[in-house]
Design a protein around this ligand. Structure first.
Ligand SMILES: Nc1ncnc2c1ncn2[C@@H]1O[C@H](COP(=O)(O)OP(=O)(O)OP(=O)(O)O)[C@@H](O)[C@H]1O
Length: 259
């Protein structure tokens, strides 16, 4: 098994009296696509934000790419931050910048390269996510939902990360666009060797591209494994999610491919 590059141990995160994560432990090996599921408000986004240091934990430890959040110096943490990309659930793009400028935002901050080279690299990222050169000069308000997600993904990939953290990448997309985005994420994982930490509600995505799924309930991981493990899980929420009407339909489709 590949080395774990995201390790969370005994995490607790509280907001006042609201304890959202309560002794959560999880590790993600290099090259894996992990899908994180859970009921609305169960703490999926909080977990993502805690792993990347945007939310303070009240207990436990986080290590990413071998760097421990608590013992790392500011420089060490900044250096490790440059090795991941993030696609946030909301507010994915800066509205006053064009698509190309959005993609270049982090590059400008972290890479010491000429504008010409930056344009070239950003155009390559744009193409990688299936956008056209004509989209480069558009503003976020001129993009469809699917195009916005793709542009945000291009921005997350702008500085060649080893890990991408994706918060509901397919939410708000029609099933065809969602399927295309899933394929894109899978292709990027295969070709770039990316490790993908993906928060999702999308059962289709879990079936289509995730190597492993982790389910959060009661502040902890209550089931963890490939889809086959989730289908047998005993936890009531996990059972209802994977063995509800829609879950059963998908499970049946996968077991019996259409002729
Ligand atoms: N900055 C914050 N301050 C206070 N409470 C917060 C903050 N961020 C999140 N929470 C609370 O933490 C809980 C978990 O929120 P989170 O966004 O992680 O849920 P989620 O599982 O991602 O839900 P959804 O599927 O609806 O996006 C919620 O009760 C939310 O109100």
């Amino acid at each position: 098994m590949a080395e774990p590059i995201i390790i969370a141990k005994d995490l607790e995160v509280s907001f006042g009296n609201n304890t959202v994560l309560d002794g959560l432990s999880l590790s993600v090996p290099r090259g894996e696509i992990l899908g994180v599921v859970g009921a609305s408000g169960s703490g999926k986004s909080v977990l993502l934000r805690t792993l990347i240091g945007l939310v303070a934990k009240t207990r436990g430890s986080v290590s990413v790419l071998g760097v421990d959040q608590d013992s790392a110096s500011e420089e060490e943490w900044q250096a490790v931050e440059r090795r991941w990309g993030v696609l946030f659930q909301r507010g994915a793009l800066f509205s006053s910048l064009t698509v190309l400028q959005n993609i270049q935002f982090l590059m400008r901050e972290t890479l010491d390269i000429s504008q010409e080279l930056m344009d070239e690299v950003a155009m390559a990222k744009l193409e990688m996510v299936g956008l056209t050169p004509a989209d480069a000069t558009k503003f976020p308000s001129e993009l469809s939902g699917g195009m916005t997600k793709r542009a945000a993904l291009a921005r997350a990939l702008s500085i060649d990360p080893e890990i991408v953290f994706l918060d509901e990448p397919t939410s708000g997309l029609d099933p065809i666009s969602a399927g295309e985005l899933d394929e894109l994420i899978k292709t990027l994982q295969k070709t770039l060797g990316l490790t993908v930490f993906m928060v999702t509600h999308d059962l289709e995505s879990l079936y289509a591209i995730c190597d492993r799924v982790a389910a959060i309930a009661d502040g902890k991981i209550v089931a963890d494994g490939p889809i086959s493990t989730m289908l047998k899980a005993k936890h009531p929420w996990v059972k209802a999610y994977f063995r509800g009407q829609r879950g059963n339909l998908l499970a049946a489709q996968r077991e019996q491919p259409a002729l």
